[in-house]
Design a protein around this ligand. Structure first.
Ligand code: ZN
Length: 231
């Protein structure tokens, strides 16, 4: 099953690579075959095999030989790893299917927030819709409380470090996690966010008051919580 999940993860990762490129640029998701961003040459299917093609082409377009961004194989490998971990956590079950879909949406949010510091509403709504397929009042309440908590933090810090996108993201992920795990998840996210933020300041990569996207920490904290937590 793990091999099957790696293959699925690579395929979904390949789709997420294109989705996260197109969505923040206002391009159609279903705009057909991917093209090289430099020469617009269409990428043939045998040059579009996850990770493998990147290695064979040595990270260059087959046509104009300009560099292909390393983001593609990274997203593919990352998605495969997350899928594998979820398979290990849930085994072959309906829960696994649920979390594979949630994880795909969450990974798209992570990449777009990391690269553009925005969280598209469309992704949050899709995620929320998936989360609500397991409707329970306690879980929805957890989502609202998480969102309220982030909204308050947003108001106190006057929007530094945390945006309204993060508030909506918290509604989605809190609804998936439920009341108990939401507390764990927020703690993990805030602690790692603070530590990484501090490390970046110490190493001179950023300064106080400068914005760092918080969404990626929420998503990574979410994955850690799902993998170690028991409901
Ligand atoms: Zn090219």
């Amino acid at each position: 099953m793990l091999i099957w999940l790696v293959a699925l993860g690579l395929a979904v990762g390949s789709f997420l690579g294109a989705l996260t490129w197109r969505l923040p640029r206002g391009q159609k998701i279903t705009a057909g075959r991917s093209v090289c961003p430099h020469c617009r040459h269409k990428i043939t299917w045998y040059h579009n095999i996850p990770v493998f093609s990147y290695l064979v082409l040595q990270g260059k377009c087959s046509y104009c030989k300009k560099k292909i961004s390393v983001r593609y194989p990274l997203i593919e490998i990352g998605t495969a790893l997350v899928f594998m971990a979820l398979g290990w956590r849930f085994g072959l079950s309906l829960d696994l299917v649920f979390y594979l879909i949630v994880a795909s949406v969450a990974l798209a949010v992570l990449v777009i927030d990391f690269e553009h510091q925005i969280i598209p509403d469309s992704l949050v709504f899709v995620g929320l819709a998936v989360g609500l397929t397991r409707f329970s009042y306690a879980f929805v309440l957890a989502g609202f409380l998480a969102a309220t908590f982030l909204l308050l933090t947003n108001l106190v810090t006057r929007g530094r470090g945390m945006g309204l996108g993060d508030v909506k993201l918290a509604l989605f992920l809190g609804t998936v996690l439920g009341p108990k795990l939401t507390v764990v998840w927020l703690m993990i996210s805030f602690i790692t966010g603070a530590l990484v933020g501090l490390a970046l300041i110490i190493f001179g990569k950023t300064s106080f008051g400068k914005k760092i996207a918080f969404g990626p920490f929420l998503v990574i904290g979410f994955f850690v919580t799902v993998l170690v937590g028991s409901v």
